[in-house]
Design a protein around this ligand. Sequence first.
Ligand code: IFM
Length: 442
Amino acid sequence: MPDSFDFTRADFPDGFVFGAATSAYQIEGHAQGGAGPTHWDSFAATPGNVVRAENGDRACDHYTRYAQDLDLLAAANLDVYRFSASWARVLPEGRGAPNPEGLDFYDRLVDGLLARGLKPALTLYHWELPSALADLGGWRNRDIADWFADYTDTLCRRIGDRMWSAAPINEPWCVAWLSHFLGQHAPGMRDIRASARAMHHVGLAHGRSIAAMRALGMGNLGAVCNFEYAAPVDDTPEAQVAAARYDGIYNRWFLGGMFRGEYPEDVLEGLGPHMPRGWHDDMATINAPVDWLGLNYYTRKRIAAAPGPWPALAECDGPLPKTQMGWEIYPQGLHHFLRFAHEGYTRGLPLYVTENGMANPDTHNAPDSARIDYIAAHLAEVRRAIADGVPVAGYFVWSLLDNYEWALGYDKRFGLVHVDFDSLQRTPKASYHALARALARG
Ligand code: IFM
């Protein structure tokens, strides 16, 4: 039962950064401070979408307790804080008049980070779309690229000068596929035409946001994508084809668009007929040069062929130990994707593991060896990739705090710090203390 990590900073290249990640809707308390309504509020208020219909109204009340949370980051000896801003907190209607309280909040947050010696790593969109824009079709509407570029400009004019790094959109696969094809996240659609449009517009919005930040003189701009290792359920050719298709939709579509300016042919087979007119002309915008890639990695999926229309695949249960999410623990997949991205797409750009961590049914004083094991095993794969010559430059734990795990509500505890959702008391877990000790060593 480990209660400490066996690495030191000296085991990683010079300048390698360690951080923790969170997102606005999952921790801030969206009901405060003049934020506008979002599609997550109405999705959660619709029966059957979210466990106990929980929402982000109060969450961890980070909006008022942020100073305490920044102290926790600093005391963990972390270097970087990866946070997101809420579009609807900055622009309650998604466009038009900004909310001064919202801009002030992010200003205070950034100054609080800098005062503690922490580097601010901004994400502009982590899933809570302003309702006014959802009403106009949200990610299905090509105009979202303009709206998003304008929001980027509004926020970054205020805080962009102090960012260590910035990325437009967290996990485009979740924004597009999980939310418009699988229907598991807001807006809860299950429609292939909507999916194809969202899969494209999310890239277009990414490119436009990068351009908006460059125009303001910002640097160290990146893209953050999530990856799942797709393992065929057996060695039949059908399962191999299905797993390759899963891999294409999940792992190759966004990398292809953003780093090669082209989408994978095997995914276009299914999405091509549903793509918006003129999509080819957007590829240069989507392919805007960036300075780094962030990889969010948690698990693998075992994939079988399934009857029915494209993509004709199904996820199957797997034999490996699982986290509270029911996700198999497969650290080797992280090594795979670090090499895969470097060799096939990013070719020398720095890579960051921008999210990795596990959910566990923790109580405030439970042992935390499973999380320590999980993080240690994944960091070992990071070191293996570095030894292979992959330029990995940082690692971020998801998450600093237990928080709102979207459709799964508040049960799934990913935090290095336990949060009592009644009292909002924060209690660092053993993994937090272990990380603080490891990072304090030379
Ligand atoms: O909580 C999420 C986060 O919002 C995005 N990446 C995965 C995490 C765990 O599911």
